[in-house]
Unconditional design. Sequence first.
Length: 402
Amino acid sequence: MVRWLLCGLVVVFPFSVAASNALLGGILGIGILGGLWRDGARLMWADYRPLTWAMLAYWGLMLAGLSWSTDRAWGLQVLGHQWFWLAVPVLLVTLNDACWRFRVLMLLSFGLTAHLLFCVLQMFSIVSLVDFGGSNADDATGYIGHIGFGFVYGIWAGWLLHRGWMMAGWKRWGMWLLASWAWVIIFAAQGRSGYLVALAIMAVVLWRHLFATGWKALLLPLGLMVVMGALLTTGPGKERMAVTLNEVSAMWHGEVGHANPRWTMWIVSVDAWLEHPLLGVGTGGFPSAAAAVLDKQPLLKSGALAGYTPAHPHNMYMLSLARWGLFGLAAFMALVVIWLRSGWRLAGQDSFESPLMLLAGIALAVDACFAPTIEQHGTGVFLVLTLALGMLAATSRQRAER
C-alpha cells in the first residue's frame, strides 16, 4: 500500500502541492502505525549515524529554539512546516527493494518530463497559470514555481547525465538529450539560483566521470556546457545576468533601493543576530526581529522592502544564524557537510541511484544561499525523496563498512 502511494506521489509531485502533501501524509501515517518509521529510524542510526546526529541536532535546535523565541506562535508554524522530513525513515524501509527504487525513479522521471512539456506549452502561451509562484509565459516554471524549479530539475538533469554514462547507444543519447532539455528550460526561467545549482551539479558529475572514461565521452557534455554559457551571454539568461550585475553595482555604491532585496534581507538578518548574539532570536522570531531592525534603519526599507517585513532572509545560513546564533549556523553547516561527505562516498557505487544523495547535497549547499530550501514544500519534499533513494544506493554490507 505504501509503495503504491509513493508511486502516485512521485507522478503528481511536480503538479500539485495538495495531492503530494496528502499522499506523503498517508505514507507517513501508515508508516508510523505499521512500525515502518521505527524500523527506518533504526536503519538510519545503524548505517548513517553521523548524518542522523546532524539531523537531530538541527531539528532539535529548532524545537528548543521555541523556548526563547520572540514569537512562539509563528515558531510553531515554522516547526509544523517541517513535518515531511519525518518521512525519511519510512521511505528507507519502503524503498529497500531495488526494483521498487527503479520503478519510483522511472515514475518520477515520467512526472518531471510531463511537467517539462507543460512548461514548454506555457512558454508559448498554449497553457497558462494565474500567479503561481511567479510562473508565467516569460518565466515558464509550471506548478513548481521559479524559486524551486532550477533546484528540482538541476538534480534530475545531473542524474540523467550520470545515467547516460552508464548506458550505451540510443539510451545514452536519450538520457543526455532529456538532460539538455531540462537545462535549456532552467536557463530560460528567471530563477538565477537555479543557474548556479544546475552548473554546480553539472560540473561535479563531469569531474567524477573525467577520470573514468576517455576524452571522447566528454565531447557531448562539454558541448552542453558551451551551450549553457551561450545562453547566459546571448540567450534567455542574458537579461537576468545583466540585472544581477546592475544589482551588484547598486549595492557596491550604497544604493540599497536598487539592489537585490535578498541582500538587504541578509543585512537585516545579521543585524537581528547582533541584537541577540548568544542564542539568536529563536525559532519563529525572525519576522519580529526584522521589523525592529527595519524600524531602526529606515534606509533598508527603500526599494523592494518598502512596507514589507520578510518572514525569512532567503538564505538558510543567515536564517540559522539569526534564529539560533553561531550554534544554529554550525548545526546547519554540519548537516550540509555531512550530507555531502556521505553522498560523495556513495556516488562511486555502481547503481542507478548512487549519485542522488551527492547531487541533492550540492543543490542544498548552493540553493540554501538564496532560499529557505529545506522549509519549502517543493524543494523540501524532493530532498526527502532523493535523500532516501541515495542512502539506499549501497548494500547493507557497504554501509556497515563506513
